[in-house]
Design a binder for this molecule. Structure first.
Ligand code: ARG
Length: 407
């Protein structure tokens, strides 16, 4: 068994219990590594908790910059939404945490890394696939996959060892949070019919405020300004969290398909990420050529699935990113976003010096028309030729009145 282990430490129940449990069961020395990816966290309390659990050392690594500018930025270029809805909050942070974990293992001369993920989720896949890609010589330990403790058992174990944790038996949510948003699972949320209680939300709160607008400026697909003030991506997300979140907008409640074949009920809130994706997607509507835009939608779904599945550190993700970056070269311009009580956050305008919208081609007005409609006749005839041949030779289509939805 390994002597020194660097554990990806979140400060939560499972990883706190994991420190003590690994020491007791495996007689290892544990270095707790916390990675700051923009979560709201009391770092002093986290340090005290890790030490109380028995960690030899606690380290906090600030990965906010690389997480925002290399991970979240790529997710935005790809408009990444797993199963069309989930902006990959947790999935995006795992590979950056593993990069920090491996670096720390080297610094501390460790022979293993560890994570607190259970055997039921996606996060174990993400940790281990990335760890093997980055450091094939390091062993990967997963204590919560073998200890056979329920959440209640883990709470009792923490109490027995005087590890101060915040998960109370009556509010046993598992929460993962970073710059890109929050993921809330477990407790009563495990019943997909039960509506999420207000108490699980922190970024989104329905309040009765007057409608408001702002303008997000993009350069090559990434936000660079809000109302003409320069912002970093991290600042843009934080401002959009506040802008859209205070109208209660940005919640997702879904049953999702995990990589390991389990359906799970997930609640998320990511107003900033969702608002930026909506704005970015809209600007692409203006700036991307039709075929490229349509093909990008297919690759976006593949990008989201690959990253969800733990394939951040893969040649597929790298190659897809090359496409996303190239496709975003001319996605430069401004998007007007509006928030309204009850209606949430939505795009109400866009403009771009690189836009492909041509008023002369589009207009139905009385003047300025540059489109020769007589050319359309031949185009439409040739476009529909295959259908005309099919209809003439093979009996043609059924009428609506002849269709049935039952097999
Ligand atoms: N289901 C999401 C995912 O697989 C979120 C997992 C978040 N983890 C948590 N401890 N709440 O990406």
């Amino acid at each position: 068994m390994s002597r020194r282990v660097v554990l990806a430490y979140s400060g939560g129940l499972d990883t706190s219990v994991a420190i003590r449990w690994m020491i007791e069961q495996w007689s290892v020395e544990v270095v707790a590594l916390a990675v700051d990816v923009g979560q709201a966290e009391d770092w002093d309390q986290l340090r005290r908790r890790a030490l109380a659990a028995g960690a030899k050392e606690v380290e906090v690594v600030d990965a906010k910059e690389v997480f925002a500018n290399q991970f979240c930025a790529r997710a935005l270029l790809a408009n990444a939404l797993y199963e069309g809805r989930y902006p990959l909050v947790s999935a995006l942070s795992r590979p950056v945490i593993v990069e920090a974990l491996v670096a720390a293992a080297r610094r501390h001369g460790a022979d293993a890394v560890a994570h607190g993920c259970t055997g039921k989720g996606n996060d174990q896949v993400r940790f281990e696939v990335s760890a093997r890609a980055l450091a094939p010589d390091l062993e990967v330990l997963a204590p919560s996959r073998v200890w056979k403790m329920s959440r209640a058992d883990a709470i009792a174990y923490a109490a027995k060892w005087n590890i101060p944790v915040t998960a109370l038996p009556d509010k046993p949510y598992s929460i993962d949070e970073n710059l890109w948003g929050r993921a809330i699972e477990a407790g009563i949320l495990e019943d997909p019919w039960v509506a999420p209680p207000e108490e699980v939300f922190t970024l989104t709160q329905r309040r009765d405020l007057p409608a408001a607008e702002l303008v997000v400026g993009f350069e090559a697909g990434l936000p660079v300004s809000i109302d003409a003030r320069s912002v970093s991506l991290a600042e843009a997300v934080a401002e959009m969290n506040a802008f859209a979140g205070r109208f209660g907008w940005g919640r997702i409640d879904m049953v999702e398909n995990r990589r390991v074949g389990i359906k799970s009920r997930e609640v998320y809130e990511a107003p900033g990420a969702l608002a930026l994706i909506a704005a970015h997607q809209d600007l692409e509507g203006l700036c991307l050529e039709r075929e490229q835009a349509h093909y990008k939608r297919l690759l976006e779904a593949r990008w989201a699935e690959a990253v969800y599945d733990g394939m951040w550190h893969s040649p597929l993700r790298e190659a897809l990113d090359a496409f996303m970056i190239e496709a975003n070269r001319n996605v430069t311009g401004e998007v007007r976003l509006r928030v309204e009580p009850g209606a949430g956050c939505f795009v109400v305008g866009r403009r771009s010096p690189k836009g492909l919208y041509d008023p002369g081609l589009a207009t139905y007005g009385p003047s300025g028309d540059t489109f020769d409609q007589s050319l359309a006749e031949g185009f439409v005839r040739i476009f529909g030729q295959q259908i005309a041949s099919w209809a003439a030779r093979q009996g043609g289509p059924k009428l609506g009145s002849e269709l049935s939805l039952r097999s």
